[in-house]
Design a protein around this ligand. Structure first.
Ligand code: SF4
Ligand code: SF4
Length: 381
């Protein structure tokens, strides 16, 4: 090569396809959980994507190289076309998971879903105690229905994950929840601490556990993992507020998951609509592949080049990808800041303050819950 040879352009790193499509089919749901991850401003049925659009999205996902589709909501069984969507996912070779409250399912519906090619069901529980579960979910006899449905899921030959969302008001019953997961024949138990976005942020003072509660929960999980080793997998992550390092939110911004809202907006995570200044693309007008590769919002926090210090020079930057952008925004007002869950963040004291507040109120009565309802949303926005 002589001095006049053109300098070859630097190679552009290839963007891997997403591993999973999170298809939020609807915000409709018979339950009213006060920690629901849905936004305060929920979509009504009239603004949901129609069947043809969802079928096209599933075809595009398969062509893009997506491996899994998670049918979620709201309650995805509220969609009359769910069977058709499951069938199309199976035809495209997508592994399909139904994330459901279960209360609308019955043996016939489950047999039809299994026949359509559904691979897995994730059934959510609000507690191990029926009275408390029904109070938290805002749905009478819901817990009893879920117990029946868990048996029906296994009768349909579908693998079952039992999902328990835990918080200040049910964490003392974690041993009973783990026992319930075992009793209903779940192959996986997911213990998910509330993430403080959407409705959960409104209810943070009523839901955030104390440090003492969390320590007892960690011990209960460690004991159950030992007892159930080789039989049941237990997924459990310590909540951000008590951690020294953040989680790799969604596996890193626009790295592993693409989320489609009921109205068709494509997001790198389900809370990304809270970020100001973004014009999120719609699958009504753009293909999944074009959105994933080229959308400025998806590329905004992808990789590591956007990172400020201390992330920029940190050896964990390709492990946790700087944590959660929505949490950074909610706490610091800057979505581009290091996640305050990180002990190295200059804003980490905010997490410590929230934990101190939770500890201070842990012994007293919890504030009243604000339930997930369209009419209460207007009051708390
Ligand atoms: S968290 Fe509760 S209210 Fe929200 S979608 Fe799930 S079951 Fe429905
Ligand atoms: S400084 Fe940034 S990359 Fe390092 S551990 Fe904290 S959040 Fe992760």
């Amino acid at each position: 090569m002589n001095a006049l040879s053109p300098v070859p352009p630097a190679p552009v790193p290839a963007i891997e396809p997403p591993l999973a499509l999170l298809a939020e089919l609807t915000h409709r749901c018979p339950l009213q959980c006060p920690y629901c991850a849905n936004p305060l401003e929920m979509e009504r049925a009239a603004s949901e994507l129609d069947t043809a659009a969802w079928l096209r999205v599933l075809d595009e996902a398969a062509a893009l190289g997506v491996l899994q589709v998670h049918f979620s909501g709201g309650e995805p069984t509220a969609r009359k076309d769910l069977l058709e969507l499951v069938r199309r996912a199976a035809a495209g070779g997508l592994y399909s998971n139904l994330i459901t409250s279960g209360v609308t399912l019955d043996p016939a519906a489950l047999a039809a879903l299994a026949d359509a090619g559904l691979d897995h069901v994730q059934l959510s529980f609000q507690d191990a105690d029926a009275t408390q579960a029904d109070r938290i979910g805002g749905y009478r006899r819901g817990h009893a229905r879920k117990l029946e449905v868990s048996r029906q899921i296994r009768d349909a030959g579908l693998p079952l994950t039992a999902n328990f969302v835990v918080h200040r008001q049910n964490l003392e019953r974690l041993p009973e929840m783990l026992a319930l997961g075992e009793e209903i024949g779940a192959s996986r138990i997911e213990i998910a601490h509330v993430q403080y976005y959407g409705w959960a942020l409104v209810n943070r003072a009523a839901l955030m556990p104390s440090r003492a509660q969390l320590e007892r929960a960690n011990e209960a999980v460690a004991e159950a993992r030992e007892r159930l080793r080789g039989r049941i997998t237990i997924d459990y992550v310590v909540p951000d507020y008590y951690a020294a390092r953040p989680k790799a939110c969604m596996g890193g911004w626009a790295r592993r998951i693409i989320n489609i809202t009921p109205a068709g907006l494509a997001l790198p995570c389900h809370a990304a609509e809270t970020l100001p200044g973004f014009q999120w693309p719609s699958v009504r007008t753009a293909s999944l592949g074009a959105i994933w590769q080229d959308d400025p919002g998806f590329n905004r926090y992808r990789g590591t080049s956007w990172m400020p210090e201390p992330c920029r020079s940190c050896d964990q930057r390709e492990v946790d990808w700087g944590g959660c952008r929505c949490q950074a925004l909610a706490m610091t007002g800057d979505a581009g800041a290091t996640d305050p869950a990180c002990a190295l963040s200059p804003h980490h004291f905010m997490m410590a303050d929230a934990v101190a507040d939770a500890d201070a109120v842990a012994e007293g009565p919890a504030p009243a819950l604000v339930y997930r309802r369209i009419r209460t949303a207007a009051l708390v926005r």
